[in-house]
Design a binder for this molecule. Structure first.
Ligand SMILES: [Zn+2]
Ligand SMILES: [Zn+2]
Length: 356
């Protein structure tokens, strides 16, 4: 009898756990209505290739969660939420399999999308519940570079198919229109980009411009060239004396810090820096010139530049949540070894929201 009860508990807990994780996911993709502050939201944090969790990893997580449930004698539905909230991050969450997409919402509520990786698909679904679903959307899309993992979500971004929606692309590449049209064309996709019903506008950002681009009365953006095959650019948003920098894909090394000059000037004192931290230090040596940064170097750079909050992103597609968490803890350990560190360090996770 007690054995049956235990089994029932496990099954009931499993059902509620699944429901709870689903609710978390739904809540994670819901936008608020009003913005009086700059808000940053992560929609895709995986590097190079989408990499959803597989059955083996999922089952492994469930096993460990249920093991903890038994150890902690979880016996009532009422305690499930507090039990889940006390799980270690690698069990409580999935860090995410979608590739790069981030939104910056200005204090006036305008949305600036950085990159069109597969994370943009869920963003599009949410936007369709608002003005974009009525053909009244006016979106700004900033492009860091044109590697697949930063463009491939675009064909699945529903707002592009709605007449009346306006997409303002901002890019440091003169051929940006051509690049977008080429990657969404026959035989790679059944619809062409230029054939979709929305209106597209292209704004070239001059690399060498010395003054920031003014997007709104008090919102400015600057770009900065990064070391990456075929190039890439960081974007720095500035509003109300707050600074948000997005910098991936980039290969920062000791030379980056030592060369200082313009690089330091661009990154110094950022309130939030979302930075490429794809590799371990060993991998970074083995994969020199592949265009990505080790988490160790990401910490070195951010602390050297007095960044207030570092968010490590562009996760290696081969890494499970366990390995990502392991590397994250090692990054924290590394930061502790550095003196005078006031930088908060976080691991990027889909659905994370930061207010500035
Ligand atoms: Zn990438
Ligand atoms: Zn790239």
């Amino acid at each position: 009898m007690s054995c049956l009860i235990n089994q029932d508990y496990i099954i009931i807990n499993l059902i509620y756990l699944t429901k709870f994780l689903t609710i978390i996911t739904i809540l994670d993709i819901t936008f608020g209505e009003q913005y009086y502050i700059m808000q940053i939201r992560l929609w895709g944090v995986r590097g190079s290739l989408p990499s959803p969790i597989n059955n083996e990893e999922y089952t492994g997580k469930l096993n460990r969660i249920l093991d903890l449930a038994i150890t902690n004698q979880l016996k009532s539905k009422e305690n499930i939420n507090s039990f889940l909230s006390n799980l270690p991050d690698e069990l409580r969450y999935v860090f995410g399999g979608d590739t790069t997409c981030v939104t910056v919402t200005s204090d006036s509520g305008n949305i600036y999308i950085i990159d069109c990786g597969t994370g943009i698909r869920r963003l599009g679904n949410v936007l369709m519940d608002g003005d974009c679903g009525k053909g009244k959307g006016n979106l700004n899309i900033m492009i860091t570079h044109n590697h697949w993992d930063h463009l491939q979500g675009l064909p699945f971004f529903r707002p592009i198919y709605v007449p009346g929606n306006i997409l303002n692309f901002y890019s440091p590449y003169k051929k940006q229109q051509e690049y977008l049209e080429n990657q969404m064309s026959s035989p790679y996709f059944p619809a062409t980009f230029q054939g979709t019903a929305s209106t597209k506008k292209y704004n070239f950002i001059e690399h060498a411009r010395t003054t920031p681009l003014q997007l709104e009365e008090d919102l400015f953006v600057s770009i900065y060239p990064l070391k990456h095959p075929q190039g890439c650019f960081a974007y720095k948003f500035m509003q109300n004396n707050k600074t948000f920098i997005f910098a991936t894909d980039t290969e920062f090394t000791g030379e980056t810090i030592e060369s200082s000059g313009d690089t330091t000037k661009f990154f110094k004192n950022a309130d939030i820096l979302v930075l490429d931290a794809q590799y371990t230090l060993n991998e970074a040596f083995l994969k020199a010139d592949w265009g990505h940064t080790s988490y160790t170097m990401a910490v070195n750079c951010a602390t050297n530049w007095s960044v207030k909050k570092l968010i490590m992103t562009h996760h290696e597609p081969a890494y499970s949540d366990d390995i990502l968490q392991e590397n994250y803890l090692l990054a924290l350990e590394h930061a502790e070894l550095l003196s005078d560190v006031n930088t908060e360090i976080l691991l990027a996770r889909e659905g994370m929201i930061f207010d500035l």
